[in-house]
Write a protein that binds this ligand. Structure first.
Ligand SMILES: [Fe+2]
Ligand SMILES: [Fe+2]
Length: 188
């Protein structure tokens, strides 16, 4: 499968709005990858495929997560978390994507986790700041990303955590771990 074929597969499975978002993530991920010396081919592939499972039936995604023995917190902390881990499994099984780095970047693109590698950070951040995104605080993260990717990831995580706290919603434990990990590393 080449990238055009992958994009065609994704386009078929997403709304027009979500497909436009995916194209934005693709361009942003390539640029961030070049900025920090991460494999931009892998970043492009992960970005193209990151929301592959976005519109799958929730029950199907839950079955996949349980069947693969993945973190059950993906199921209990809100349905918007399902498509990242389920998507990593589905692009492997349906599209034959076998690169572990790409699959991991897809798996963690919504929540983040402790010890993210460069590719995981690039896809997480590209998903957050791609040009079609428009929500309070996004410009500050864009500005930070031009200077320091880690600080931009910290800001994105802290925005997400604050948003959840304000709405009295639970915080996925590995999102907190991601924040703690990066903030403590940066302050050493
Ligand atoms: Fe997503
Ligand atoms: Fe996305």
């Amino acid at each position: 499968m080449n990238k055009d074929e992958a994009l065609a597969q994704v386009k078929e499975k997403l709304t027009a709005h979500r497909y436009t978002h995916t194209l934005g993530v693709k361009e942003t991920a390539i640029s961030l990858a070049k900025q920090i010396g991460v494999d931009s081919e892998k970043a492009e592939w992960a970005a193209i495929l990151h929301d592959y499972a976005k519109f799958r039936p929730k029950e199907e995604m839950k079955t996949i997560i349980l069947g693969e023995g993945l973190d059950p917190d993906f199921i209990s902390y809100g349905e918007e978390l399902l498509h990242a881990p389920a998507g990593a499994c589905l692009v492997r099984d349906e599209l034959g994507i076998s690169d572990a780095d790409i699959l991991r970047a897809i798996m963690w693109h919504t929540t983040g986790k402790k010890g993210m590698d460069g590719l995981e950070k690039v896809v997480f951040l590209a998903d957050y700041i791609e040009p079609n995104r428009n929500f309070p605080g996004v410009n500050a993260v864009r500005e930070e990303a031009e200077k320091d990717i880690d600080r931009a990831v910290i800001l994105a995580l802290s925005n997400t955590i604050s948003f959840l706290l304000k709405k009295s919603q639970p915080v996925f434990p590995k999102t907190l771990e991601a924040y703690n990990d990066l903030i403590m590393t940066k302050h050493k």
